[in-house]
Design a protein around this ligand. Structure first.
Ligand code: NAP
Length: 229
């Protein structure tokens, strides 16, 4: 199951997984974009679900609909996320809460909804994308980094809970990726120096191919050049 399939990274992950033969269930908030991604990735319409990750009812409903079609969710990839990059002078509490609601609390809803099924199987793979701002701070990233550091801490704690199962938890720390993520961020960056979404998706595809006797707990993929101007 792939959440955020309508995004720059998610849409590429959808294509790569589907073309390698996986049965992929995709979700996105924007139903029109979702339809397009499904079409381009060759995913049947009944495997594409409109979902708002910040709404627990929406998340639970979609996970139930997926489970009505398949007994097991083997892999959960969460490629949803929003970025608000503002310094404390302009960052208001509504924006702070919104970022946490999508990037952290939404991720909690999703993992909480899928985990019972994985526990039943005693195996599974959960991939989240904290990004490097889940590992290192940046000026203006108080809200975003709070959500992504929180995501890392949450997933690392869940990993401890799951030690007696074969449920693998992977956090991928991606540097700047050229996607719509940057469209509304008021920061001078060189998008042509960023990682191409297709290449970021290849790294996620690679994570999905790993044999189950081990786990890639963390992966860091950074752009080769500096992106800040
Ligand atoms: N781009 C970067 O430089 C970068 C770097 C490091 C980490 N990341 C992380 O990588 C992930 C993917 O980023 P991206 O570059 O692909 O961003 P993107 O192109 O902006 O895509 C974001 C995705 O999140 C979905 N989304 C946003 N709010 C949602 C909500 N309330 N409910 C459900 N879905 C929601 C969007 O859905 P709709 O389009 O349908 O609204 C879209 O599918 C995010 O977690 C991001 O934080 C990005």
């Amino acid at each position: 199951m792939l959440a955020g399939a309508t995004g720059g990274v998610g849409s590429q992950v959808a294509k790569q997984l589907s073309s390698s033969g996986a049965i992929v269930y995709i979700t996105g908030r924007d139903s029109k974009k979702l339809e397009e991604v499904a079409l381009q990735a060759g995913i049947p319409a009944n495997r594409a679900f409109q979902m708002d990750i910040s709404n627990e009812e929406s998340v639970n409903q979609v996970v139930s609909q997926v489970l009505a079609q398949t007994p097991f969710i083997h892999t959960l990839i969460n490629a949803t996320g929003i970025g608000i990059i503002k310094t404390m002078d302009t960052l208001d509490s509504a924006s702070f809460e919104k970022v946490l609601q999508v990037n952290l609390i939404g991720a909690f809803y999703l993992v909480k909804a899928v985990l019972p099924n994985m526990k039943e199987q005693k195996k599974g793979l959960i991939i989240n994308i904290p990004g490097v701002l889940g590992k290192v701070p940046m000026s203006g990233a108080a809200a975003y980094s709070a959500s992504k550091y929180g995501l890392v801490g949450m997933m690392q704690s869940i990993r401890e809970e799951l030690k007696r199962t074969e449920i693998r938890i992977t956090n991928i720390f991606l540097g700047g990726i050229d996607s719509a993520f940057w469209d509304n961020i008021d920061l001078r960056v060189q998008r042509d120096k960023m990682i191409i979404a297709e290449e970021a998706a290849k790294a996620i595809w690679f994570l999905c191919q790993q044999p189950s006797s081990g786990v890639v707990s963390e992966m860091v993929l950074q752009p080769f050049n500096h992106q800040a101007i």
